[in-house]
Design a protein around this ligand. Structure first.
Ligand SMILES: C[S@@+](CC[C@H](N)C(=O)[O-])C[C@H]1O[C@@H](n2cnc3c(N)ncnc32)[C@H](O)[C@@H]1O
Length: 318
């Protein structure tokens, strides 16, 4: 019997833009689907269903806590399944190096509801817990390390670029002052420092005052943008001709990485624009299936607020 905290629960995580992902990936019987971000297996259940009893479903996640969800998925799935634990950038590079081919690849980036809702993981500003935020609990760097060891300037840069935090400098300064007296250990201490650093009216503005700093730290601790940058070329290498890739992002920086990568691969040629003829000879390797990012409907965001910042882009291998 699994501890109750690990029991797969149907209400745990609602897959975002699920029907749109299914339509764009258009999974067919006999194909191989690679899921870069298995989570609770919400997208997996739907996409594996589209294999209609024949094909392969490869699930990847860097959080070993998803294992019970995978076991439950494996028991229900009528197709061959496999779980690969690790950062999707490393796993994909390994798969691509070993010549593994995929017909459909899905990325549903960021954290899962289970990670956010389990206070002991330290992702949430809503509960006092150890300052952790590692998706992979065996990873070297935690939020505690970053908050106590990064320079004031580095912290301000993280809060500004990954969190679009207006008071990045003031918050970094408050953290730097406070940690000289005593290092930060808990999320509650960080929330108090953030609240104390921003002007009173801003504390009652849009959303929780610590939301942007927590998002920024999470992105930095898990090197989320670096992992995405490294994984996309490896995913492309794995895609068979005609194979489809779909990426759901929740942050403009992630979406920009996906958009630029897709556009570059759609163009093929990398010659400077003032060259009269192409000399690089690179052919397009992707055809866009979405010109603009697909956004959730008002109905979806009403029932699943986590979907509100989601953007989906998809492309097919030429
Ligand atoms: C938004 S959830 C995915 C939810 C899933 N699509 C579902 O429907 O249940 C994101 C998952 O991706 C994992 N993840 C995020 N970045 C990762 C990375 N670089 N490598 C592997 N897994 C990652 C997280 O641990 C989390 O479980």
């Amino acid at each position: 019997m699994l501890p109750s905290v690990l029991q797969p629960n149907a209400t745990d995580h609602v897959p975002v833009l699920a029907e749109e992902v299914r339509r764009l990936l258009d999974v067919q019987p006999g194909e191989t689907v690679v899921d870069a971000t298995f989570g609770a297996g919400g997208h997996a259940s739907l996409l594996a269903g589209d294999l209609r009893g024949s094909g392969k479903y490869v699930a990847v996640d860097r959080d070993p806590n998803v294992k019970p969800y995978f076991e439950s998925f494996r028991r229900r799935a009528a197709v061959q399944t496999r779980f690969l634990s690790g950062d999707f950038a490393d796993v994909f590079e390994r798969l691509a190096d070993n010549g593994v081919g995929a017909d459909a690849i899905v990325f549903d980036l960021g954290v899962s509801s289970m990670q956010l809702d389990r206070p002991e993981r330290g992702f949430s500003y809503a509960a006092d817990a150890p300052l952790d935020m590692r998706m992979d609990p065996s990873a070297d760097l935690s939020a505690r390390d970053l908050v106590n060891e990064a320079s004031e300037r580095e912290l301000a840069e993280i809060f500004r670029s990954f969190g679009e935090e207006r008071y990045a400098r003031q918050i970094a300064r408050a953290i730097s002052r406070q940690r000289r007296k005593q290092p930060f250990e808990r999320t509650g201490e960080l929330v108090d420092a953030i609240k104390g650093a921003i002007p009173a009216p801003a504390r009652f503005g849009e959303g929780h005052p610590a939301r942007r700093v927590f998002q920024a730290l999470r992105i930095a601790v898990n090197d989320e943008l670096g992992a995405l940058e490294a994984a996309l070329p490896a995913a492309l290498e794995m895609l068979r001709p005609g194979g489809r890739i779909a990426v759901i992002s929740f942050h403009s920086l992630e979406d920009r990485i996906v958009k630029r990568f897709f556009r570059r691969e759609e163009r093929g040629c990398t010659c400077p624009p003032d060259f009269p003829v192409c000399v690089c000879g690179r052919e397009p390797s992707l055809r866009l299936l979405t010109r603009k990012a697909v956004r959730p409907t008002a109905q979806e965001t009403a029932t699943n607020p986590r979907a509100s910042s989601a953007r989906l882009r998809a492309a097919a291998r030429t």
